[in-house]
Write a protein that binds this ligand. Structure first.
Ligand SMILES: CC(C)(COP(=O)(O)OP(=O)(O)OC[C@H]1O[C@@H](n2cnc3c(N)ncnc32)[C@H](O)[C@@H]1OP(=O)(O)O)[C@@H](O)C(=O)NCCC(=O)NCCS
Length: 226
């Protein structure tokens, strides 16, 4: 199971599944992070390790990834990317800026999303659409939540604007593992896209989602197993 499966072929990803890694931060990153609790240090470090592996896979130098003013990772010039971590999982994805305008990834434990959280992140229409999805073992509320987080991570570097969970409407297509988000107030996007398409997978106790925004033309999916 790899988040790379959810990304177009022009992207590269790296992930760490299941175990803690050593804290290996570059001095600039350690300084930016400051004094934080050990678990935070570990998740941050895991993200940076994945980010550097992904940059190397892209043929780029494995440089420091500083922290932006809104906590966003600051990628080297010419690169777009995204980082996610949750207990037992961490990943980073990158792509050349000439190919993708933005990428957003998210990993979540595949657990039922608490009803109060679902009520805050989903509209009535979205709740009704989730109810119509095949009943079975998938926690669709968690998939929706993760899809919106991926979308936000792709949206933010394009606009540097906050986007609330209720600012977008996302439909999840269980038949092909895709989701489609649209801004309810398209004007807030300015020149940024108002629609975002993504892919998801539920496997090995995790929900993984990814959004890629093409520069132009259709995105070619990655080959299976990459
Ligand atoms: C920022 C946010 C999306 C992070 O998601 P999360 O599930 O809490 O945590 P994840 O581990 O998946 O992702 C954390 C990583 O996201 C990245 N991130 C943080 N802020 C970001 C931003 N503004 N833009 C892009 N990426 C960001 C960072 O790399 C961070 O890891 P790091 O701090 O170790 O570098 C979430 O905390 C948040 O603020 N959500 C509210 C906004 C939102 O999702 N709206 C939905 C609109 S549809």
């Amino acid at each position: 199971m790899s988040i790379a499966e959810l990304l177009p072929a022009v992207a590269r990803a790296a992930q760490i599944v299941g175990h803690d890694c050593e804290v290996q931060l570059l001095p600039e990153e350690a300084a930016a992070l400051g004094r934080v609790a050990e678990p935070r240090k570990r998740e941050f470090a895991a993200g940076r390790i994945c980010a550097r592996r992904a940059l190397r896979a892209l043929g780029r130098p494995a440089v420091a990834i500083p922290i932006g003013a809104h906590r966003e990772p600051v990628w080297p010039q010419g690169v777009v990317g995204s980082i996610t971590h949750c207990p037992g999982y961490c990943a980073a994805a990158v792509a050349p800026e000439r190919d993708l305008a933005a990428v957003g990834i998210d990993g979540e434990p595949h657990e039922r999303l608490p009803d109060d959280v679902l009520g805050e992140i989903a509209s009535r229409a979205e709740l009704a659409a989730l109810d119509a999805l095949p009943r079975g073992s998938v926690h669709w509320g968690r998939v929706l939540f993760s899809a919106k987080e991926s979308m936000y991570k792709a949206w933010f570097p394009l606009t540097f604007k906050w986007l609330d969970f209720t600012d977008v409407s996302v439909t999840v297509d269980s038949s092909d593992g895709t989701f489609h988000g649209r801004l309810l107030e398209p004007a807030i996007a300015g020149t940024a896209p108002t629609r975002f398409d993504g892919r998801f997978v539920v496997r090995a106790g995790l929900v993984l989602t990814a959004v890629a925004v093409a520069r132009s033309g259709p995105l070619v999916p990655a080959a299976p197993g990459r």
